[in-house]
Structure formats: structure tokens, C-alpha cells
Design a protein. Structure first.
Ligand code: ADP
Length: 226
């Protein structure tokens, strides 16, 4: 692996119950790269995202992250990789509705065993960065969809991950809030982190540096769409 490479997938295949979802996929994500994954429903986009985020492992092939082979790691090592290296953003936000914004954002640090004071400092700092300071004490279920997604992005960033994985992050948002989320993902990439965006929205895909098209389990890599 070269120094600037964050994720390398080599010859990755994954099948469920004899049905092939991804076939012989090769993919490199450099540090600071913005990659978009597009394809029809059921084409394997989320599966690829889950492999990169170590929520799923391939049936064959290898996945390297920061030079370490994820396919050879124990469950504990994979959990550590997820906690330190990846931040996830989902279409449905997955916030705890009756927790405050601050507690939602601090959640990954609870899992990482960080003390309360440091957790709160870090969560406040990232909320401030994203212009959400005034929402700190609100319950998640008091927020609009756009606010929820920005809070979930803050949660994805609070532990300073190397890569943010966003699975259809604008799927439940109107176009203005969708554009704000897209601007945030670009900003995250410009700050040096890698971003992977799964979408079926070709306008959103134009934000990325590279696009990977998945069809019938086979991936085709192209440059940006701009
Ligand atoms: P996309 O994100 O492109 O909509 P997915 O990656 O979610 O597609 O799913 C790709 C295919 O794999 C689909 O046919 C889906 O039904 C199947 N699949 C995904 N996860 C599982 C699973 N845990 N068990 C069995 N089949 C699955």
C-alpha cells in the first residue's frame, strides 16, 4: 500500500445465500478522496459501504485500511477500527430521540471509553464547528430533518475519523437541506478526511472526485462527473 492510500479493496466478492452481490471488486480510496457509489436499488452499494466500514466482511478478497488487513482482524480489532477510523451517516439519521443533541454527538466517545468531561468538550467543539451550538440541549426528536442530519454528521466527526461513510444522507431531506449536507461533506473532504457517499442522486454524485458505478455486482470506476 502507498502512503496516501487509506482503503484498498482487492478482488473483493460477497454473496448471500449463493447469490453474488459484489464480484471481484478492486477499489482504492486515497486519503482526502471523495468517492461516490451509485447504482440501482439492490445493486450492492450499501454492501460495499459496510465492507469499507467493517460492518460486513467479504466472502473472498482482501480489504486494507491504513495498511492493515481488515479481513485478518479479530472482532475486537474490527470494533477498534470502526471506533477510531470510520464515521457513519445514514439516511434515517439513527439518533436516540430522547437523548439531547450533546449526548447523541458524544455517543461514539462513550463507546470508545472517553471520560465525560472530554466527551462533552469534543462534542461541543464539533457542534460549534457545524453551527449547531444553539441546539446542544435540545432532544433529538425536537429537531427538523435537516438539523437531525447535521447532528448525525457531528456524531460521525466527534472522534476525528479518517473516513466518513454516508449512505443516502439526503434521502429524507428537501433539496435545500440536501444541498447543505452536500456542502458539509465537501467541507469534510477539504479538511483532509476521505468521504464515501452512496447515492442514487446524480446531482449529488457530481460533488465527488471519483464515482464508482455498480451494476449486477460488477463495479466500474470513473473519474468525477464534472
Ligand atoms: P443497495 O444499497 O445498492 O440498494 P444492498 O447492498 O443493500 O443494495 O443489497 C444488495 C443485495 O444484497 C440485495 O439483493 C439485497 O437483498 C442483498 N442483501 C443485502 N444484505 C443481505 C443480507 N444480510 N442477507 C441476504 N441478502 C442481503
Amino acid at each position: 500500500m502507498k502512503d496516501n492510500e487509506l482503503i484498498v479493496c482487492r478482488d473483493v466478492s460477497l454473496g448471500y445465500e449463493g447469490k453474488s452481490v459484489l464480484t471481484d471488486l478492486d477499489l482504492t480510496i486515497a486519503k482526502g478522496d471523495y468517492l461516490c457509489v451509485v447504482g440501482d436499488n439492490g445493486s450492492g452499494k450499501s454492501t460495499l459501504m459496510n465492507i469499507i466500514g467493517a460492518l460486513d466482511s467479504p466472502t473472498s478478497g482482501e480489504v486494507f485500511a491504513n495498511g492493515k488487513n481488515l479481513t485478518k482482524m479479530s472482532a475486537d480489532e474490527l470494533a477498534d477500527y470502526r471506533n477510531k477510523t470510520t464515521g457513519f451517516v445514514f439516511q434515517s439519521f439513527y439518533l436516540e430521540p430522547t437523548f439531547t443533541v450533546l449526548d447523541n454527538v458524544a455517543m461514539p466517545l462513550v463507546i470508545a471509553g472517553v471520560d465525560r468531561r472530554t466527551r462533552e468538550e469534543k462534542a461541543k467543539a464539533v457542534l460549534e464547528q457545524l453551527g449547531l451550538s444553539d441546539k446542544i440541549g435540545k432532544m433529538a426528536n425536537e429537531l427538523s430533518g435537516g438539523q437531525k442530519q447535521r447532528v448525525s454528521i457531528a456524531r460521525a466527526l466527534v472522534h476525528d475519523p479518517d473516513i466518513v461513510l454516508a449512505d443516502e444522507p439526503t434521502g429524507n431531506l428537501d433539496s435545500q437541506n440536501g444541498a447543505e449536507v452536500m456542502a458539509l461533506l465537501r467541507q469534510i473532504c477539504d479538511s483532509g478526511k476521505s468521504v464515501v457517499l452512496v447515492t442514487h442522486n446524480m446531482e449529488d454524485a457530481k460533488n465527488a472526485d471519483n464515482v464508482i458505478f455498480i451494476k449486477d455486482g460488477v463495479a466500474e470506476m470513473r473519474g468525477g462527473l464534472q
